[in-house]
Design a protein around this ligand. Structure first.
Ligand SMILES: NC(=O)c1ccc[n+]([C@@H]2O[C@H](COP(=O)([O-])OP(=O)(O)OC[C@H]3O[C@@H](n4cnc5c(N)ncnc54)[C@H](OP(=O)(O)O)[C@@H]3O)[C@@H](O)[C@H]2O)c1
Length: 127
């Protein structure tokens, strides 16, 4: 049977929403998870939940505060995380911004941030 134990997942955008849900599933399966996002309180809260799923004391559950729009910070943070945990077995990019609304109510600034957040996924995948 496939084993997740000992495998590490880096999950940018793992502090909330889809990313946090995937992090929970992987933690329950025994994988190590490392989250990346901007808001440290959300990261800490999610980490606390994930630790409840720990299958062994050696299972990695960790986070890094990171604004993925800062490319230099992405390089430094990922290098630091890789030095500590090695090349991740999974990279699951869940960073995103959703501004669901009727077209006429969407602020023009959101037209910049929404595709920017989608592009971040590609940047992180190629870093
Ligand atoms: N939920 C759905 O049903 C659904 C369906 C289809 C597609 N999507 C798309 O999937 C993506 C994720 O959706 P979601 O519902 O999981 O969103 P969410 O709950 O808002 O989570 C977004 C995650 O990305 C992080 N993030 C955003 N900007 C960041 C940045 N600059 N640097 C680092 N981390 C950043 C957020 O943390 P911080 O804000 O703390 O940084 C958070 O962890 C979105 O693009 C959404 O449009 C969602």
């Amino acid at each position: 049977m496939y084993s997740y134990e000992g495998k590490i997942a880096f999950i940018p955008g793992g502090s909330m929403g889809i990313g946090a849900a995937i992090a929970s599933e992987l933690a329950m399966l025994g994988a190590g998870v490392v989250l990346f996002a901007r808001n440290e309180k959300n990261l800490r809260d999610t980490l606390h939940i994930l630790k409840a799923f720990n299958k062994s004391p050696s299972q990695v559950i960790d986070y890094y505060v990171l604004d993925a729009t800062d490319y230099a910070a992405v390089q430094v943070t990922f290098t630091t995380a890789i030095e500590k945990y090695g090349i991740p077995y999974f990279l699951i990019n869940c960073i995103g911004i959703a501004r669901p609304n009727y077209f006429e109510y969407i602020h023009p600034n959101d037209f910049d941030t929404i595709p920017e957040s989608a592009l971040l996924m590609l940047v992180l995948s190629s870093t």
